[in-house]
Design a protein around this ligand. Structure first.
Ligand code: NAD
Length: 255
């Protein structure tokens, strides 16, 4: 695996950029790491949400069903962590590649909506989104009102009065968009893997699927992961991805 570092391996950016320009259907898989520079910490790090709220106690479907008021303590903390966050240059770089016709699909594990705010249009949110509330009883979706963060109690469905949850995929719930993801992967000959440890399935299975079919994997991460990439751009994605996009598109890779 080739390793490309900012400021040290400039020819590496140009060489890998050429691979993207000639790919027929590039796809990006993103994870929590792409939003860290927007101020949203990943959940596992010290002080992350999972160190305060044990996922098996707060973030499962059965926890919500058993005690929605308790689960809403986590949902409010999550909402507060996402409030007012803006896309960073890594999100903008992916949107710019899509605008240029050089990125066919973004598949994200994130629930923060920052790809869409940055201008990406073709986004599959595997783990749902935090912009809306979901009624498990009647399927209704409602906007997530910021006022809920300071309120108490559990919001109720205006149609059937059942307890609402954020429209995010809880543990024990099915991941979203698998059919669309399969369709994108069937065409994908180059996968950008950005800010994900890809330890959690089904995201973890995406790079091997592309690789097995002879596709190229370009990874952007702060550290080495277990992903079998052709090239790892080592460093903050907010710096490496715009630099890569600039090599692909010309200019500075920013909007
Ligand atoms: P993860 O926590 O398992 O891995 C994050 C990866 O990002 C790590 O490999 C880390 O080295 C890398 N990283 C951190 N900062 C980076 C940076 N500036 N530039 C490049 N790479 C960086 O995250 P995951 O694989 O996405 O899985 C965690 C789960 O938690 C996901 O399923 C996701 O739904 C959820 N989550 C979502 C958000 C969000 O929506 N922003 C935030 C935290 C967690």
């Amino acid at each position: 695996m080739r390793v490309v570092r900012l400021g040290r391996d400039e020819p590496g950016f140009a060489a890998e950029a050429a691979r993207l320009r000639t790919a027929s259907f590039p796809v990006a898989l993103t994870g929590a790491g792409i939003s860290v520079e927007s101020g949203i910490p990943d959940f596992r790090s010290p002080g992350g949400l999972w160190t305060v709220f044990r996922p098996e106690e707060y973030a499962t479907l059965s926890a919500f069903r058993a005690d929605p008021a308790k689960a809403w303590r986590l949902y409010r903390a999550l909402g507060a962590a996402l409030l007012g966050r803006r896309p960073n240059p890594a999100h903008a770089a992916l949107a710019r590649l899509e605008d240029a016709g050089l990125l066919g699909q973004v598949v994200t594990q994130n629930i923060d909506g920052l790809h869409q705010t940055a201008g990406s249009r073709r986004v599959i949110e595997m783990h749902g989104d935090h912009r809306r509330l979901q009624c498990l009883a009647c399927g209704r979706l409602e906007p997530f009102d910021e006022a809920l963060l300071a309120a108490e109690g559990v919001p109720r469905c205006p149609a059937c009065d059942a307890a609402l949850k954020p429209n995010v995929v809880l543990f024990e719930e099915a991941v979203r968009g698998l059919g669309e993801i399969d369709a994108a992967l069937a065409r994908c000959d180059l996968l950008l893997v950005v800010g994900t440890s890809a330890q959690v399935h089904p995201a973890a299975s995406l790079p091997p699927v592309v690789r097995k079919r002879g596709g190229t994997i370009l990874e952007f991460n702060l550290e080495r992961t277990g992903i079998a990439a052709d090239c790892l751009f080592l460093g903050p994605a907010g710096e490496t991805l715009p630099r890569f996009a600039a090599a692909v598109l010309g200019g500075d890779g920013r909007r």
